[in-house]
Design a protein around this ligand. Structure first.
Ligand SMILES: [Zn+2]
Length: 421
């Protein structure tokens, strides 16, 4: 793109009203262009003379707002142009009133300025951790820090830095924006996007602390950040660390949601937050002990159930068992028990059908037979009576069924098969 990338009637990005004054919530300007038809996603591209709606850049997301009563869904920078995306066309040459979605904007201002501040503190003495990237997220943001001489920040350093940053916020240090004309494009910092040529270079100064080229919208002084809270850290790309944080209103929002969760847990666990960890640890231990007990009791129960199977198969040459609380493990215990008793070897043509699970929710099934033919006949009958029965295998047919509602009629049909033989 050529350096002359803005259109004559448009104030270029770098000198926008929102960049000169973060706190402008409404303004009037003129519409100087609008696409004739919407794009594939249904958006018109609207060109305004100037804007108080920040186009995405410098890690700061775009603003949203209104042009008169037409909603602006997105604002983007293209070279030094700014483009507003709307779902309705805006009349060219019309004087329009702009309104920014202030809550969204001020949230971005707090997170973005907070990032400048925390990166400045962490890259200076005594920390010396350079910020190599950052992300302004929907709820929480992070900076990516590079190690200093192979070491990443310790928990103690992070806590100290948090205190130092909150002290700076309290002291209300002024933030000054310097704008330099760079029409000749001979003085651009490397950190600028490659298509940002000419125009104005903005430098954000936290007085006495830091200077950084940046196009975003910032607070006027550090007190407007209210407070900062560091959250968890995460190792990334081998040597680097992500440090998550929230600033300003988000600190209160996070406190609010954490407090609501604490209140619910206090009710559920019948204890205060200081006892959550020991109480949950106790419940987990109890749950593991109970699971072991259940396993042992099910094995004992299976022993008794096998005795019943022996009697039934010897009497009728078939047996059908369904238990609502039985899982596949229990069915396997029964199947193994039947095998140990040589039930199928010693009773020609015999079949054993084992099933588990809630009648309406279904569950696992095993069909065992003394020969392939008996298994085949039994599964054919079962398929006719049980909805959604699926499975496979020859001597031992295994599968699952969506419902046991047809169990009684299947049982009657199997009984009839064995009585008629
Ligand atoms: Zn910035």
């Amino acid at each position: 793109m050529s350096p002359a990338q803005h259109i004559p009637d448009q104030i270029p990005v770098g000198a926008l009203a929102c960049q000169k004054d973060t706190f402008l919530k409404t303004a009037t300007t003129k519409c100087i262009g609008c696409s004739e038809k919407p794009d594939k996603k249904g958006f018109y591209e609207v060109l305004l003379h100037d804007t108080i709606l920040f186009p995405e850049g410098g890690g700061q997301p775009n603003d949203t707002g209104f042009i008169d009563d037409i909603k602006v869904h997105n604002v983007q920078r293209r070279g030094l142009q700014h483009i507003h995306f709307t779902k309705e066309p805006v009349a060219v040459d019309k004087e329009v009133t702009l309104k920014v979605d202030w809550d969204r904007r001020f949230d971005h201002v707090q997170q973005h300025t907070g990032q400048h501040l925390l990166s400045a503190v962490l890259e200076q003495d005594p920390y010396k951790f350079e910020t190599v990237g950052w992300n302004l997220g929907d709820k929480i943001s992070y900076v990516e820090l590079a190690p200093n001489n192979g070491s990443l920040p310790t928990a103690e350093q992070i806590s100290q830095a948090e205190d130092a940053i909150n002290t700076l916020i309290f002291s209300g240090v002024p933030i000054i924006t310097h704008a330099e004309n760079n029409a000749a494009d001979d003085n651009r910092p490397d950190s600028l996007p490659s298509d940002y040529r000419g125009g104005v270079i903005r430098t954000i100064e936290i007085e006495g602390l830091d200077r950084n080229p940046c196009c975003g919208t910032h607070a006027n002084n550090l007190a407007q950040l209210q407070s900062i809270k560091f959250l968890h850290t995460e190792k990334i790309r081998g040597n680097n660390m992500r440090l998550y944080f929230v600033v300003g209103r988000r600190v209160l929002d996070l406190l609010d949601s954490s407090y609501t969760t604490c209140k619910s847990l206090t009710g559920l666990l019948s204890c205060g937050p200081e006892s959550f960890v020991p109480q949950i640890t106790r419940l987990q231990t109890l749950q593991r002990t109970q699971a072991k007990t259940i396993k042992r009791l099910m094995a004992e129960l299976a022993g008794h159930a096998v005795t019943t199977l022996v009697t039934e198969v010897k009497e009728n040459r078939y047996a059908m068992v369904h238990r609502e609380d039985a899982d596949m493990d229990y069915l396997v215990l029964l199947a193994n028990g039947a095998k140990e008793q040589k039930l199928l070897e010693e009773n020609a043509g015999a079949v054993i059908i084992l099933a588990g699970g809630d009648p309406s929710a279904g569950g696992p099934i095993i069909v065992l037979g003394s020969d392939d033919d008996s298994v085949k006949k039994a599964t054919q009958i079962l398929t006719q009576h049980l909805d959604g029965l699926k499975g496979g295998g020859k001597g031992r047919w295994q599968g699952k069924c969506k419902t046991w509602k047809g169990w009684d009629s299947a049982q009657a049909a199997i009984k009839e098969l064995y009585t008629s033989q």
